[in-house]
Design a protein around this ligand. Structure first.
Ligand code: G1P
Ligand code: ZN
Length: 549
């Protein structure tokens, strides 16, 4: 029954973050944890007490369709009404990709958004759930907003909600809860219009219809409905181009992370078979992308550089880029392109939120991370399908295959051999001991030899935001060598089981060097030396990384 009076529910104090640092612009935990009584509610209460503009404001809510999505939307609607929001915009079936949410927040002038997703983590009862908070610019909540939410959770002992009958998300509709309006809209429409403004669809469509078969794997996650309408609809690719295109609550048991390990079905099609000329996949919430060509995998750092170098072929970027940015562990490939284009290139800490200020200030047009994230000033999130369209557009513009475009790029700019080695689910204690020990050793490395090269700098990366001068320190351990090679270590901020150690390896070869080696061979001496310096295999008891990218 609907009661217009907010209900104030007293709860035993719950600390939703528990031992997790507030790092992911929200909260990411096991699904089971989110099912604990009042757990989700405690976090949402802190959000509504902290987010600016709640009274009378508009909020966007939706998610990637994983188990828990629907229940979370119901909880948020009742609590939003109690906190005095004037409108919540949500979507049919609660399906809303992260980039589409970012676009809606901006277009509808919302105070922000709540995106229900644990991104690329697995879903279902035995997987993970997450609540991401986005701000009014459409981007992930800043460090200061996330910290404020975190601090608020520390003292909470009650939350408020308005009891309401369940609102149907089966189709478009308009409802109210107390004084609050609830709009259920199609979560795909506005995103498609945005893509049509950026790209030349006719050119892409005629290119792919001409013996250029493509395959897209939505990994049973949120991009299925978007990709079907984009690729099989607007671009007239054959039916069946989109694989695993229906969002499932547990992603069909697969891990919705577009890399060679978890998107192996698609990888096999492109790397072992020879039918398809282009393949791509996106992650759970649609912000990551993996690009493949016939017999070739595109390293995400190279992808960013190649997009930047060819951006004049995309209508929205034909007048040039104001600048580019990459996260610190992303290879320097895009820096080389920026230098040739005569535009600035920024190096930020890991995490999309650090691009927000640069994008808002117009300092950059494109940005990306090595973790399969690429984006532009069109929204304030990375955008998987946008990257797929960007690739198709520049292939069409060059009338060239993926492998040819990459070769052409390296022969012009040189190649950054690059690889990331992840050691997943190691004990937190082992990981922190290893990491802390390396921090202590770092100062002694400068001037010493590492992998046969002199160490020019060894530090824990610290970032001063060029726009607001805020300082973010302790962002990863860097060993920089005199020939521009780099080895970087970080502990993941998004894993939910134990700790994940990431080792990033990079070495640059100029355009007249050997451009055709296997990266694992080209990087071998760095792999061996960092293992013995940081005692990785010895301390983790793992002979090899869990995932090699
Ligand atoms: C990972 C990626 C990072 C990305 C984040 C959210 O974080 O490495 O680039 O921004 O997921 O998608 P990490 O687990 O390394 O902290
Ligand atoms: Zn994601």
């Amino acid at each position: 029954m609907e009661s217009l009076e907010p209900n104030s529910i007293k709860v035993n104090h719950i600390d939703p973050f528990d031992d997790q640092k507030p790092g992911t612009s929200g909260l990411r935990k096991s699904t089971k944890q989110f099912e604990e009584p009042n757990y989700l509610e405690s976090f949402i209460e802190a959000v509504f007490r902290t987010l600016p503009g709640v009274k009378g404001g508009t909020l966007v809510v939706g998610g990637d369709g994983r188990y828990g999505n629907r229940r979370a939307i119901d909880v948020i609607l009742g609590m939003a009404a109690a906190h005095g929001l004037s409108k919540v915009i949500t979507t049919v079936d609660g399906i809303l990709s992260t980039p589409a949410a970012s676009n809606l927040i901006r277009k509808r002038k919302a105070i922000g958004g709540i995106i229900l997703s644990a991104s690329h983590n697995s879903g279902g009862l035995h997987g993970d759930f997450g609540v991401k908070i986005n701000a009014a610019n459409g981007g992930p909540a800043s460090e200061s907003l996330t910290n404020a939410i975190y601090n608020c959770t520390k003292t909470l002992d009650r939350y408020i909600k308005i009891d309401h009958s369940q609102i149907s998300l089966d189709s478009i509709g308009q409802y109210s809860i107390g004084d609050m309006e609830v709009m259920v809209i199609d979560g795909v429409d506005e995103y498609l219009s945005l893509m049509q403004k950026i790209f030349d669809f006719d050119q892409i469509s005629s290119f792919i219809s001409n013996e250029f078969p493509i395959a897209f794997d939505a990994l049973n996650a949120v991009t299925g409905p978007y990709a079907k309408r984009l690729l099989e609809g607007l671009l007239a690719a054959p039916l069946g181009t989109v694989r695993n295109g229906v969002p499932l609550e547990d992603f069909g048991g697969c891990h919705p992370d577009p890399n060679l390990t978890y998107a192996n079905e698609l990888a096999d099609l492109l790397l072992k078979g020879d039918h398809y000329a282009f393949g791509a996949a996106c992650d759970g919430d649609g912000d990551r992308n993996m690009i493949l060509g016939r017999g070739c995998f595109i390293n995400p750092s190279d992808s960013l550089a190649i997009l930047a170098a060819n951006s004049h072929l995309v209508p929205a970027y034909q007048n040039g880029l104001s600048g580019v940015a990459r996260s610190m562990p992303t290879s320097g490939a895009v820096d080389v392109v920026a230098k040739q284009l005569g535009i600035p290139s920024y190096e930020t800490p890991t995490g999309w939120k650090f691009f927000g200020n640069l994008l808002d200030a117009g300092k950059i047009t494109l940005c990306g991370e090595e973790s399969f994230g690429t984006g532009s000033n069109h929204v304030r999130e990375k955008d998987g399908l946008w990257a797929v369209l960007f690739w198709l557009q520049i292939l069409a513009g060059n009338q060239i295959t993926v492998a040819e475009l990459v070769k052409k790029h390296w022969s012009r700019f040189g190649r950054h051999y690059y690889s990331r080695h992840d050691y997943e689910s190691i004990s937190s204690e082992v990981a922190h001991n290893l990491y802390d020990r390396l921090i202590k050793i770092l100062p002694t490395l400068e001037g010493q030899l590492f992998a046969g090269q002199k160490v020019t700098k060894a530090d824990n990366f610290s970032y001063i935001d060029p726009i607001d001068s805020s300082v973010t320190d302790k962002q990863g351990l860097r060993i920089l060598l005199e020939d521009r090679s780099r080895v970087i270590l970080r502990l993941s901020g998004t894993g939910t089981k134990g700790a994940t150690l990431r080792v990033y390896l990079e070495s640059y070869v100029s355009s007249n060097g050997d451009l055709n080696q296997d990266p694992q061979i080209a990087l071998r001496k760095y792999i061996l030396d960092i293992d013995s310096l940081a005692e990785i295999s010895q301390r983790t008891c793992m002979n090899s990384p869990t995932v090699i990218t």
